[in-house]
Write a protein that binds this ligand. Structure first.
Ligand code: AMP
Ligand code: GLY
Length: 435
């Protein structure tokens, strides 16, 4: 008997997860809620609201769903796993308390210090405590300094301040920002970590964690990593900076102590553990935890995965992960995101998307902000519209193919960065020069 799966979410990450789950021999039926036009081609979209847990429960019971996979962080931090598990439904994703690793920066910082996990030095303040923040920053005498909204802020809650006046400006902005009002009620001031960033993704069943893969992403909208932060404009895997030795160190010093610490705190961690790392001169340190796959990092990772993702997820919810073997191809995979004009600010919508039929079968095109109009044409309907993923023998080749394919897709005022992967290429060049 196959598994009946409900996947929650509607972005590029969820299209990638749906594509991967749909390949599984274990699958009987896949539903995606609410999904997007891309997910509808690998499963069945259902118009459920991710904030209405009771509606989701009714659907699960009506369709006899065996496993619910949660894509984004909001429902996890909101407690969807606890809600459904209380009704005896299996959920791939952490409990509300375990998801606090992403949901509260101060929770994550306290946890890491308590468990001896390498991270930045920090202090926690209330938003109105301007004087205390300034006193702290003066005492530390070290710029830049990082100010973070404690709660979920959709990538908009981190401010790197070069001097004291910028700290004050940021505090003023946070005080007045209606968007960040809840998230920034508590603030974390962090030591600025220097180094190269990389992400590591582990699948966890509460007791066992297995690293799936590592990647690097580009969060800024502009070439050369400039301009405002976005959800992510591109990603590639593996990250050239992540040597086998570093990966072992990350497993030993970060992944395993995280899993053990969560058990000791009575909040065992199940689901995807996303480690945002800074590879500093003193070794890898955690910049952030997330309680889900990265978007767009998930897109190249599913292409790299040779083993069965649904089987791994099913093993994780049944505390059986120690038996699983994660298998990757030994290729590089690159992903470039196409976005709407204006993103990450106010962006255009309703532009007709053309050229998808000209994209080679070897490329994967994952939808995010797309929709069908009344005539059945595919149109843009979000900031990040779609992403293209291709593989190659090396990073350069995978990027070259991705760009060749993305050029075939057109919509008015479409934007994508032309320099995705440059950090990885620079790293490889440095390695070559020093060898
Ligand atoms: P976060 O939302 O915590 O991932 O932060 C977003 C981005 O801000 C990270 O990807 C880093 O580039 C940067 N960042 C956050 N915290 C630090 C830190 N302590 N030191 C240096 N950069 C940081
Ligand atoms: N790509 C960054 C994130 O998913 O948080």
């Amino acid at each position: 008997m196959g598994l009946r799966v409900l996947l929650l979410g509607d972005g590029g990450r969820e299209h990638a997860l749906a594509w991967s789950i749909n390949k599984s021999d274990l699958l009987d039926e896949l539903y995606i809620a609410p999904g997007n036009p891309g997910t509808d081609s690998v499963g069945t979209n259902v118009p459920l609201s991710l904030s209405d847990f009771s509606e989701i429960q009714e659907f699960i019971e009506d369709k006899k769903i065996d496993l619910t996979v949660v894509g984004p962080e909001d429902p996890l931090v909101g407690g969807i796993a606890d809600f459904l598990e209380e009704k005896d439904h299996k959920v791939f994703g952490p409990s509300k308390q375990a998801a606090q690793l992403e949901g509260s920066k101060s929770f994550a910082n306290h946890f890491m210090i308590k468990r001896g996990i390498p991270t930045a030095g920090y202090a926690v303040f209330k938003r109105h405590e301007f004087d205390k923040v300034i006193d702290y920053v003066r005492k530390e005498e070290s710029f830049p300094v990082v100010l973070k909204a404690d709660g979920l802020a959709g990538g908009k809650g981190v401010f790197i301040c070069e001097e004291e006046s910028e700290v004050l400006e940021t505090l003023e902005t946070l005080k007045e920002s209606p968007k960040l009002s809840d998230a920034a009620d508590t603030l974390v001031v962090e030591e600025f970590l220097e180094g190269e960033e990389a992400s590591v993704f582990a699948i966890c069943d509460g007791e066992t964690a297995k690293i799936i893969h590592n990647a690097q992403d580009h969060k800024r909208i502009g070439e050369g990593d400039t301009g405002p932060n976005t959800g992510g404009m591109g990603a590639y895997c593996p990250a050239p900076v992540m040597t086998d030795r570093l990966l072992e160190q990350v497993e030993r010093e970060i992944v395993l102590p995280t899993l053990t610490g969560m058990i000791l705190d009575d909040t065992p961690y199940k689901g995807i553990l996303y480690l945002g790392l800074m590879i500093t001169e003193e070794g890898p340190k955690v910049v952030e935890y997330n309680c889900r796959f990265g978007d767009p990092e998930c897109q190249p990772i599913v292409q790299a995965l040779n083993s069965d993702l649904l089987k791994h997820m099913w093993a994780a919810v049944n505390q059986n992960l120690s038996q699983e073997e994660i298998e990757l191809d030994n290729q590089y995979h690159s992903c470039v995101v196409m976005s709407s004009h204006g993103y990450p600010g106010e962006y255009e919508k309703g532009k007709k998307i053309e050229g998808l039929e000209d994209v080679s079968d070897e490329a994967l095109v994952f939808h995010a902000g797309t929709a069908l109009n009344d005539d059945g044409d595919l149109i843009t309907d979000g900031g990040r519209v779609l992403s293209v993923v291709c593989s190659g023998e090396d990073l350069e080749q995978s990027l070259k193919t991705t760009y060749e394919q993305i050029e075939r897709i057109k919509f008015e005022n479409a934007y994508y960065r032309s320099d995705i992967g440059y950090k990885g290429l620079e790293h490889l060049n440095r390695d070559l020069e020093s060898s």
